[in-house]
Design a protein around this ligand. Structure first.
Ligand code: NI
Length: 161
């Protein structure tokens, strides 16, 4: 397995819409393995395929102490509540920003065996689901900043999405 280079803003690939995955063949399984490896190498809690330059609708999420979750062709089916969060992104190193996210999110999609699954998450998992699914549509958290002073420069890397 290989750690892939993470695309950084303003790479245009981050602004494109990813395509639906049609089959879970060998190259797709390999990409998923490499995304997990790349996320761990960067100490991230989530990664979307466009962040490694692949325009496929695949996300991986690994919260501290939990098993890795892979969601293919994910869609948000339900969300509730609103909260202010501080968010970062592996494609925007050195910054964090204050935005609003849902408190709870239910997403559906397929796991890497091709089985349809639903993931229901609160707080950090809900935030990660929204953040990673946004990546598949070319949306970045900085798009939600209410004003430029809600974006902070940080001096060390914290867990990014
Ligand atoms: Ni991100």
């Amino acid at each position: 397995m290989q750690v892939l280079p993470i695309r950084l803003v303003p790479d245009p690939v981050l602004r494109r819409k990813a395509k639906r995955v049609r089959g879970l063949d060998g190259p797709t399984q390999r990409l998923i393995d490499e995304m997990i490896e790349t996320m761990r190498d960067a100490y991230g809690v989530g990664l979307a395929a466009p962040q490694v330059g692949k325009l496929w609708r695949i996300i991986v999420i690994e919260l501290p102490g939990e098993e890795v979750k892979t969601l293919i062709n994910p869609e948000v089916v339900k969300k509730g509540g609103e909260r202010v969060v501080e968010e970062g992104c592996l494609s925007i190193p050195g910054y964090r920003g204050e935005i609003k996210r849902s408190v709870s999110v239910t997403a559906k999609g397929y796991n890497r065996q091709g089985k349809e699954i639903r993931l229901r998450g609160k707080e950090l998992l809900a935030q990660a689901l929204e953040h990673e699914i946004d990546h598949l549509n070319g949306v970045l958290y900085i798009d939600y900043l209410e004003s430029p002073d809600k974006l902070y420069k940080i001096h060390w890397e914290q867990a990014g999405l």
